[in-house]
Every structure is written in structure tokens, then in C-alpha cells.
Ligand binder design. Structure first.
Ligand code: HBI
Length: 96
């Protein structure tokens, strides 16, 4: 399903609203690193985020080692950032 890519203005406005997310160097994704007390906390966070991602049909690219979770959000179907990335980032921020 074609989904529009955010304009630079929309992108910058969205980032201003989000906590702790940064634009990836190529401008096509937003990234954030989370640190938790231990692995169990980190994995619990990933479990909650996975449930929301599946509900939204929008999936993160992520890396976890011990208590650190690095998340990258981009919309493959838009070839960059879309509203789906901003919405999922906002949902994920609600878990920390
Ligand atoms: N997740 N991040 C991301 N980007 C997508 O384009 C995407 C997705 N999850 C599912 C999905 N697209 C499907 O809706 C389409 O592949 C049909």
C-alpha cells in the first residue's frame, strides 16, 4: 500500500514532538537507544513494543544486547519516514 513520505518540514516538526529520537544520517529513519536495568527489563519492553507494532502493522528494525535496545523506524513502503514511524515512536515512548 503506497504511503506518503513526510516532507522535511513534517519530519522536523515530528522530531520536535518526540523524546530522544534522532534523524539517521541519511534522513530516511529515526533512531533511539534505550537502556534498561537488565536484560529481562529490555526484553519486556521489546515484547510490549512488538505487540503494538503488530497491531499497527508497522515493524521496527532493532538490536538488543543485554540491557540496551537500539530502534530504527522507517517506512519501507514510503522509502523513508512516514506518519507510521512517528506514531509507533510515540507508542514506544509511552513504555519508558
Ligand atoms: N514496517 N517499518 C515498516 N515499513 C513498512 O513499509 C511496512 C512495515 N510492516 C508491514 C508492512 N509495511 C506491510 O503493510 C506492507 O509490506 C504490505
Amino acid at each position: 500500500m503506497a504511503i506518503p513520505r513526510l516532507t522535511h518540514e513534517e519530519r522536523d516538526a515530528a522530531l520536535a514532538e518526540l523524546t530522544g529520537w534522532a534523524l539517521r544520517d541519511d534522513g530516511l529513519a529515526i533512531v533511539r537507544t534505550f537502556k534498561f536495568a537488565d536484560f529481562a527489563e529490555a526484553f519486556g519492553f521489546m515484547t510490549r513494543a512488538a505487540i503494538e507494532a503488530e497491531k499497527a502493522d508497522h515493524h521496527p528494525e532493532w538490536f538488543n544486547v543485554y540491557n540496551r535496545v537500539e530502534i530504527t523506524l522507517t517506512t519501507h513502503d514510503a522509502g523513508g519516514l512516514s506518519v507510521r514511524d512517528v506514531s509507533l515512536a510515540r507508542l514506544i515512548d509511552g513504555f519508558v
